[in-house]
Design a binder for this molecule. Sequence first.
Ligand SMILES: Cc1cc2nc3c(=O)[nH]c(=O)nc-3n(C[C@H](O)[C@H](O)[C@H](O)COP(=O)(O)O)c2cc1C
Length: 205
Amino acid sequence: MTTDAPQGTDRSFLFVLGSSRPDGNTEALARAAAEQLPADVPQRWVDLTRLPLPDFQDGRHETGGWPAGENEEILRQATLEATDIVLASPLYWYTLSAHTKRYLDYWSGWLSVPGLDFKERMAGRTLWGVTVMADRDEVVADGLKTTLNHTAAYLRMRFGGVLFGNGSRPGQVRDDERAMIRAKTFFQGATPVARFPYEDGTAER
Ligand SMILES: Cc1cc2nc3c(=O)[nH]c(=O)nc-3n(C[C@H](O)[C@H](O)[C@H](O)COP(=O)(O)O)c2cc1C
C-alpha cells in the first residue's frame, strides 16, 4: 500500500531555525526556498534562540514524567501541527548545531509522553534539511544528512533531503549561485519514505 504525502493546502511547513546568530546564511537559504512555496501553504518560522530549551533531561523511564516548560510546549505543538518540518541548521562540526540537536532530543521525550502518540502522528510527515557551511564541498556534511535521514526513518517519516549552501560571513550564501538555483525547486523534490540502510527497499514505498 502506498501512503501519499499530503498535497497542496493540506500541507503546512514548520521552519526550525537552528543557528546561534540572527540573520544567518542558513535562514537566508531556507527563506529563498520557502519563497517558492505556494501562497496557500501555511509557513511557521521558529527560531530556537528565541525559544530556548534547557538541556534535555532523559526522564523517559521515570514515573510521573516531568513538567514541560512553556517553550517546549510551543515547539511541541508547532511540530505536531506541521505536515512538513524543515530543520535549518548551520553545519557545526560536521553535523547539526547544538540548538537543533537539542530540539531533536526533545522528540525523544515526546515519544514517551502518555497519550501523545508522537511516533504514530509523525509517521507520513516529511522532514527536510537546509544547511550552510564554510566548506565548499558538501560531502563533509554527510553526517548531518545521515542524521536527518535516520531520524526520519525511525519515525517512518518521508525525507526530502538537504539543501546545501556555502558561506561563512552572514549573507554570503546569496553569492552561492548553485545553492540559490537549487533553492528554487528544493521543495518540489521527491519525498520518499525514509529507510535505514539495512532495510532492503522492497517494503512499502
Ligand atoms: C561552532 C561552529 C562550528 C562550525 N563548524 C563547521 C564545520 O564543521 N564545517 C564547515 O564547513 N563550517 C563550519 N562552520 C562554519 C559555519 O557553518 C558557517 O559560518 C555558516 O555560514 C553558519 O551559518 P549561519 O550563517 O546560518 O549561522 C562552523 C561555525 C561555527 C560557529
